[in-house]
Design a protein around this ligand. Structure first.
Ligand code: NAD
Length: 324
């Protein structure tokens, strides 16, 4: 498929790996890029900028193809020196950056001066318009179905994508709820130029995630996600496990603060889920698309299946419905 996104990023298929904390490592990102999509490593998976340098070196050892670095700008329990991560992105000559969580404005002049293509992930049309004005090359528009932070407006992709397509000139990546070729065909129909898949790539052979968690993803249905941190206006969609239920119970109590919740939601605790395979070790993000995950293919099998299915839908299923 040739879309504005494949042209912009120099990739073969309009499929981009979601920026996944702890999971966006070199092995998976390189596998997605080798498969013709765009692999994304996540900066904050590393507690020091040096870790990001090593991860970038590792992706480059594994693939010559384009890849991106995700930089998420959201509240964190420990202060993060974003400038130091931006310095690594600049000094390592990274070509594609995905920002998320907050406006990338403070870093845009440095990114643009280095010729970096910035994809800003946003959950509203107003933020997408701002990103276009700031000089972002593309936006990733994240519907309410998504894993991680859906924002506070709760607008699903079916409405958000056509609204964004009407309002923007830059290419759009559809994000949130995408896991198969039907999703890709739908996203293109709604005005997007490609899709972003996070949770779906969690259940691939190359994902650095315990096999037990991949099985949980295969067995889960679409109702097994929960929204937490809504009381703090920092809503996160996660897998509905015992810790999620504890957090939700705490949030119903008047006056609950981030300090009360922090021991439950801390990302370092959540990382233990992927490491040990204990589904209740902490909180871990998953989108509603879990209901559509039925196997654990390689990243290459997944990308090619998604694209072939979308092509067949466009050419055969939809094509055959148009009356002469
Ligand atoms: P963390 O351990 O610092 O924080 C855990 C959660 O609490 C995060 O969702 C964070 O946004 C939230 N939080 C922290 N301080 C807060 C405050 N003062 N008010 C409201 N909410 C607060 O974060 P982490 O899990 O190590 O993640 C690092 C970064 O990656 C964060 O920016 C986080 O939001 C983001 N993240 C992204 C994904 C993804 O899939 N893209 C998943 C998890 C986290």
């Amino acid at each position: 498929m040739k879309t504005r996104i494949t042209e912009l990023l120099g990739i073969r298929h309009p499929v981009i790996e979601g920026g996944m904390q702890w999971v966006g490592r070199a092995g998976l990102a390189a596998a997605v890029s080798e498969a013709g999509g765009l692999g994304i490593i996540t900066a904050l998976t590393h507690d020091s900028p040096d870790g990001l340098v090593r991860e970038i070196e590792e992706v480059r050892r594994l693939t010559q193809k384009p890849f991106g670095v995700n930089l998420t700008l959201l509240p964190t329990l420990k202060p993060v020196s974003y400038d130091a991560y931006v310095d690594v992105i600049l000094s390592e000559g990274v070509a594609i950056v995905e920002t998320a969580g907050r406006s990338p404005e403070p870093f845009m002049s440095a990114f643009l001066a280095s010729g970096i293509k910035v994809i800003h992930k946003c959950t509203s049309v107003r933020h997408a318009i701002k990103a276009e004005k700031l000089g972002c090359a593309a936006v990733s528009v994240d519907g309410f179905e998504c894993a991680g932070h859906p924002g506070e407006d709760d607008i699903p992709a079916l409405v958000l994508l056509p609204l964004a397509a009407d309002a923007l000139s830059i290419p759009i990546i559809a994000s949130g709820g995408f896991g198969d070729g039907r999703g890709l065909a739908a996203a293109l129909s709604l005005g997007a130029d490609g899709i972003n898949m996070g949770t779906r790539f969690l259940a691939t052979k190359e994902a650095p995630v315990h096999e037990r968690i991949k099985r949980v993803l295969v067995e889960a249905d679409e109702r097994q996600t929960a929204l937490i941190l809504r009381s703090l206006h920092n809503t996160v969609r996660i897998f509905k496990n015992r810790v999620a239920e504890e957090v939700m119970a705490l949030e119903t109590k008047e006056g609950t603060t981030i300090e009360d919740i922090a021991p439950l939601v801390s990302g370092t605790r959540g990382a233990l889920v992927y490491e040990t395979g204990d589904v209740d070790a902490g909180v871990w993000t998953a989108g509603m698309v879990v209901g559509l995950i039925r196997d654990v293919p390689t990243a290459a099998e997944l990308v090619s299946r998604v694209v072939l299915e979308a092509e067949s839908i466009v050419k055969k299923r939809l094509g055959s419905m148009v009356a002469e």
